[in-house]
Design a protein around this ligand. Structure first.
Ligand SMILES: [Zn+2]
Length: 203
C-alpha cells in the first residue's frame, strides 16, 4: 500500500499540497482548510471550485497598468472619475490593492511586477521603462508617486526610474513611509498608508 502523507485520498492530498504553497498557509493550515472545505461542501467547496475555474479562465493583467483584471483594461484604468494626471508606481498588485484599501489615492497606477533585483543589475526592459514613459505622455501625467518598498531594492529602483523618466517633465514624489526599512506596503494598515500619502515628499 502506498504511503499516504495525510491519511487521505490521493486527490485530496494533491489539493492540500497545492494549498500549502499559498502564502500564509503551511501544510497544517492547508490540511485544516481542505477538511473545512469538504465538510462545508455546498457552501465552500462547490462555489470555490466554480469561482476558481472562472477566475483561472478569465484573469489577466490589465494592458494599461498591470493590475489583475478579468477585462482587458481594469476597472481603475477604465474609470473616468480617476485623475489620470497623477500616477502611483507600485511594486506589485498587493501594493496596488493596499493603496486602494486606504482609499486615499484617486489617480492611476503602474505595477512594476517582477524584475531582477539591483544585485543582478536593473534591466530597463524588465522594468518596462518605455511603457511607463508612453503612458506618462499619453495621460499627461503631472505627478508620479513612487510607492515602492523602503528596502534598498525599492529605493534604488525609485532613483533609477527618476533618472530615466525625469525628462518627461513629471514631478516625482515618494510616500513618507514612517515604517521600518524593509516594510512592504501591503503590510501597512490603512491609516499609515493615508498618512504616508498625505506627507509624501518631493524627490
Ligand atoms: Zn489598469
Amino acid at each position: 500500500m502506498q504511503f499516504r502523507e495525510y491519511g487521505g485520498d490521493r486527490e485530496v492530498e494533491a489539493l492540500i499540497a497545492l494549498m500549502a504553497k499559498l502564502p500564509g498557509l503551511g501544510p497544517r493550515s492547508a490540511r485544516r482548510a481542505v477538511i473545512k472545505m469538504i465538510e462545508k461542501r455546498k457552501i465552500i467547496l462547490e462555489p470555490l471550485a466554480q469561482i476558481l475555474g472562472s477566475v483561472s479562465e478569465k484573469i489577466t493583467e490589465c494592458v494599461e497598468c498591470g493590475n489583475f483584471s478579468t477585462e482587458e483594461v481594469c476597472c481603475i484604468c477604465s474609470d473616468d472619475e480617476r485623475q489620470s494626471s497623477i500616477m502611483c508606481i507600485v511594486q506589485d498588485v498587493a501594493d496596488l490593492w493596499a493603496m486602494e484599501r486606504s482609499n486615499v489615492f484617486k489617480g492611476i497606477y503602474h505595477v512594476l511586477g517582477n524584475y531582477s533585483s539591483i544585485y543582478s543589475g536593473i534591466n530597463p526592459e524588465e522594468l518596462k521603462v518605455d511603457k511607463i514613459r508612453n503612458r506618462l505622455e499619453k495621460e499627461h501625467v503631472e505627478e508620479v508617486i513612487l510607492a515602492l518598498d523602503a528596502t534598498i531594492n525599492g529605493q534604488t529602483t525609485a532613483h533609477y526610474l527618476i533618472e530615466k523618466l525625469q525628462d518627461t517633465g513629471a514631478k516625482f514624489s515618494s510616500l513618507a513611509h514612517g515604517v521600518p526599512v524593509g516594510g512592504e506596503l501591503d503590510y501597512l494598515d490603512d491609516g499609515t498608508i493615508r498618512a504616508a500619502f498625505t506627507a509624501r515628499k518631493n524627490l
